[in-house]
Design a protein around this ligand. Structure first.
Ligand SMILES: [Zn+2]
Ligand SMILES: [Zn+2]
Length: 164
């Protein structure tokens, strides 16, 4: 069904474009012949016998341009609908799990685990001592008394320098 609809759309579009081009070419020819006849007749003082060509040619041109515009507008809108949106959707579908994984990894890596300074094992950030080697994972800030990570160079609570 969709294929048939597409074919019909393409046919309508093609028809509009072909008729539009024919109308423009015909209208252009009529306009040129009509105006040439009009001006040469005026120059020689005769009644312009082909003036009616101008009267047909100009509306033909206008309709032709409108049909071409419509034909291509349809093409543009179907292009936007059929090509761009699925590409965006696909990109979004592919990116969102990756973004989720990344944010998860960032959360786990940065906030929820702590690397043991003694053996390098990953421990939950809430633990006080390494589950693998017993090394203290936290120390007490000498300035404010809060518990900070054993590797912390500065206290996260008061900003005191813990290197000294
Ligand atoms: Zn350890
Ligand atoms: Zn402190």
């Amino acid at each position: 069904m969709e294929e048939d609809d597409k074919k019909k759309h393409n046919l309508t579009k093609r028809g509009l474009q072909v008729i539009g081009i024919i109308l423009i070419l015909g209208g252009l020819a009529c306009t040129v012949i009509g105006s040439v006849n009009f001006f040469s007749s005026i120059g020689s003082g005769e009644i312009p016998s082909l003036f009616w060509l101008l009267m047909i040619g100009l509306p033909m041109l206008t309709i032709g341009v409108a049909m071409l515009t419509f034909g291509f507008r349809r093409e543009i809108s179907s292009y936007v609908k059929n090509e761009t949106v699925p590409v965006l959707n696909e990109a979004g579908e592919e990116l969102s799990p990756a973004a989720e994984t990344l944010s998860k990894a960032l959360k786990e890596g940065a906030a929820d685990t702590l690397c043991c300074p003694g053996c390098g094992a990953e421990n939950s950030a809430e633990l006080q001592f390494c589950e693998q080697c017993g090394t203290a994972l936290t120390k007490t800030c000498p300035a404010c008394g809060q518990s900070v990570s054993a590797q912390a160079r500065f206290c996260g609570h008061c900003g005191a320098n813990l290197n000294e």
